[in-house]
Write a protein of this length. Structure first.
Length: 300
């Protein structure tokens, strides 16, 4: 795929993320990418495997799902209006296509913020088992974080980064490999303060794994020239919950879940910014194949 195409689509993805509650017409987005609507439509589908309209609708539904869980004060009607649906009925129809239930039912099922989306706890005789499983899961995660994490609240400075977009959980390793190959000739890889990071633009709890968008990143301490597939991005300064972990790759999901539980039980609210990770080693070089990593949840 032409690197310039990828660069322009990255610009579009960022614009969509920042404007989900605004009008997002094909003509407006085409003008940002400097392509004709027809050309953009074909290009976007080739890179993301979704049409532009399908992508925007999905992102709005997923954003609404996240807010249904985390923002109890917002009504379903408010969310429908905020994200461009003409009425509650059209919003509910679109929502049901993704999650199989209405927005109101979704909020009730996920009232505890940590039950698995789509889990059916409505059948007679299952309620007690569901509750017991939930309590067991929560207790296991609490034990996990107490044994494996050091947690602090930290005011983070703005971080400048070079990045490559990856869509789907199986594309991350390739993106990091490309970044390292890009960084080596520039002398970045040999620096003592060289660190890699991952930004989550979607949540595995809400988005299908093959559609989750992430940014594989290198933290920059000086200006560098980028081109093609490698772009520049930043994480704005702000307060974060930071969990310091030494974990195997298979334990990242468990660590994130436990950190969100810690956030909720300690009375913090997630800010409308993306969670991210900063890696302090190459797990392949660790004697036990473990990552030394900090997990960051931006908070208000």
């Amino acid at each position: 795929m032409n690197e310039d195409y990828i660069k322009r689509v990255n610009k579009i993805l960022t614009y969509i993320d920042e404007n989900l509650d605004n009008k997002l017409s094909l003509e407006t987005i085409s003008s940002i990418a400097f392509y004709s609507p027809y050309h953009l439509h074909r290009l976007f589908k080739a890179i993301t495997n979704e049409t532009l309209n399908a992508y925007i609708t999905r992102k709005r539904i997923e954003k609404s799902a996240s807010l249904l869980i985390h923002r109890k004060e917002l009504t379903v009607t408010e969310l429908a209006m905020q994200y461009g649906f003409s009425n509650n009925s059209s919003f509910t129809r679109s929502f049901k296509k993704y999650y199989g239930i209405s927005p109101s039912e979704f909020r009730k099922k996920n009232a505890n913020k940590f039950s698995k989306i789509g889990k059916d706890d409505s059948k007679n005789g299952q309620a007690k088992q569901i509750i017991e499983e939930y309590i067991c899961d929560i207790n296991n995660l609490k034990n996990w974080i107490s044994m494996n994490a050091k947690i602090e609240i930290k005011e983070m400075p703005k971080l400048e980064m070079a990045f490559i977009t990856c869509i789907g959980e199986n594309t991350l390793d390739s993106a990091f490999d490309k970044l390292i190959k890009w960084a080596k000739p520039k002398g970045l890889f040999e620096r003592n303060d060289f660190k890699m990071a991952r930004i989550y633009h979607d949540s595995f709890k809400i988005t299908e794994p093959d559609k989750v968008r992430m940014s594989a990143c290198i933290i920059l301490n000086e200006k560098v020239e980028v081109s093609g597939e490698v772009g520049l991005t930043k994480i704005e300064k702000g307060k974060c919950i930071v969990g310091h972990f030494i974990i195997e790759p298979k334990d990242f999901g468990k660590s994130w879940s436990s950190l969100f539980i810690w956030m909720n039980e300690n009375g913090y609210k997630k800010a409308d910014r993306n969670p991210f990770e900063i890696f302090h080693n190459n797990f392949n070089e660790h004697p036990e194949k473990k990552s030394i990593v900090d997990l960051y949840i931006p908070i208000e």
